[in-house]
Structure formats: structure tokens, C-alpha cells
Design a binder for this molecule. Structure first.
Ligand code: 5GP
Length: 190
């Protein structure tokens, strides 16, 4: 998706060897026009797929999933929660996720009310790195007896193992920009 790649080149900031900051347009300040294009592109990539629900993880995935839903006939968006909130009932699907950027492991949960057997679920997230977050969400979908229709990622860091790990689970991954490497503060795409 050229529009996205151009924006990454213009406004993305490389931190260290392998962290890309896109907080001026994607996950802190948000460019809604660009995010609408991202939503449309996900629809195009998964055209013909029956999608009953979009699943993501808080916080950065929520806006992306919400905007994408508009292009999937406004299907419900569910986000996995990282905190043991009082609002969530005891009946939850749960898994552990190791955070690549925060270097810690935490539990994520989805209420059993919001994922049902045989539903076809599209998972979306802002980044794909090691794959831990997405694999956790795939696990939750499968615990529910639902089906993963695919994974839609805004920015994949192609030099990390996420895609390989997800594909091993038999799940299709569509990334809108795949970063091949980051060197001297520059981003190179596949
Ligand atoms: P994974 O679980 O695939 O290792 O990492 C995915 C999660 O980590 C994403 O939800 C994203 O929030 C965060 N993440 C991983 N790499 C980056 C990065 O380079 N930049 C930013 N901003 N977030 C990242």
C-alpha cells in the first residue's frame, strides 16, 4: 500500500535497531483519512471472505479495527483486554502474551459472550513483530470454537519471525506494509 509506505518514510521514526515509531499518524495521534484507506485495503485483501467479527488487542488495534469494520458491513469489533477489569465477567477466554516493545508478559482476556462457535473472525493489529500478540488472539478464537478468517496487519516487520509462526498455524496473513530492514534511521520495504 503505497500511501502507507510513503507516510512511514515521511513520518516514521526508527528507534534502535528494530522499533519503528508511527505515533504521529497511527497509534497516538491518528490520521483518520489514512486509516480509512487502511480499512478499505483490508476489505480489498479479504474480499469474498465471510467475516462475522473483527478481533484486536488494546490499545492501538482498537481504532484500526473500528475504522476497518465500516468496510466489512459494520461487523462488531471485539478487543482483548490487557487488564483484569471489574467490568469483565468471570467467563473469559484467556491467554498469555509477551510484549516485544515492553519486554513483559501479560494476560489478555475476551469475554465468552463476544466470541461464539463457528463465527469467522478477522484479527487485525497495528504491528506484527514476533507474532506473540496475534498468536494469542488466534488461540482465543480457537478456544471459542470460532474460525480465524485471516490476520490483517498494518505494518509487518518482515525481519522478525511473526509471519512464519502464524503461517505455521495455517492462518493467512495480509500486511499492508512489510519492512525488510531498518538501518541508519531509514526504513526499507520488501
Ligand atoms: P508481537 O507480539 O508481534 O511481537 O508484537 C506486536 C505488538 O507489539 C503490536 O501490537 C505493537 O503494539 C507492538 N509492536 C511491535 N513492534 C513494534 C514497533 O516496531 N513499533 C511499535 N510502535 N509497536 C510495535
Amino acid at each position: 500500500m503505497n500511501l502507507l509506505k510513503e507516510r512511514i518514510v515521511k513520518d516514521g521514526k526508527v528507534r534502535g535497531n528494530n522499533v519503528l515509531k508511527v505515533d504521529s499518524f497511527l497509534n497516538h495521534q491518528m490520521d483518520i483519512k489514512l486509516m480509512n484507506e487502511i480499512g478499505k485495503e483490508f476489505r480489498r485483501r479479504f474480499d469474498g471472505e465471510k467475516i462475522d467479527k473483527i478481533l484486536t488487542i488494546e490499545a492501538s488495534g482498537i481504532a484500526i479495527a473500528g475504522i476497518a469494520s465500516q468496510y466489512f458491513d459494520y461487523v462488531p469489533v471485539v478487543f482483548a483486554k490487557k487488564t483484569e477489569s471489574l467490568n469483565i465477567d468471570n467467563e473469559v477466554f484467556e491467554c498469555s502474551v509477551h510484549s516485544f516493545t515492553k519486554r513483559k508478559t501479560y494476560k489478555v482476556r475476551v469475554s465468552k459472550s463476544f466470541l461464539k462457535e463457528r463465527e469467522r473472525v478477522l484479527i487485525v493489529d497495528d504491528f506484527l513483530a514476533t507474532g506473540c500478540a496475534t498468536i494469542g488472539l488466534i488461540d482465543i478464537v480457537r478456544q471459542a470454537g470460532a474460525e480465524v478468517a485471516g490476520v490483517g496487519i498494518v505494518i509487518e516487520k518482515g525481519f522478525q519471525e511473526g509471519r512464519t509462526e502464524i503461517e505455521k498455524l495455517g492462518v493467512r496473513v495480509e500486511s499492508l506494509a512489510i519492512v525488510e530492514k531498518m538501518e541508519d534511521s531509514k526504513v526499507y520495504f520488501k
